[in-house]
Design a protein around this ligand. Structure first.
Ligand code: ZN
Length: 61
């Protein structure tokens, strides 16, 4: 799935979720970054940790 990186505005075949809206205020939008720019977003510990957390959240529900 190709998404546009929020930082460099280029399409990336390996998008990393750096911000995920949960429907309350953001309208459920998701912000993606390419793997190189994902560490620029300080709110997240890292792209791998984020992906792992999302996987666990899905499984537990
Ligand atoms: Zn980028």
């Amino acid at each position: 799935m190709i998404q546009v990186c929020y930082h460099c505005q280029r399409p990336t075949p390996e998008p990393v979720v750096v911000e995920e809206g949960h429907g309350a205020s953001a309208g459920g939008h998701t912000v993606y970054a390419c793997p190189e720019d994902a560490p620029r977003f300080p709110a997240r510990p890292g792209p791998l940790a984020e992906i792992d957390a999302l996987r666990r959240a899905r499984v537990s529900r």
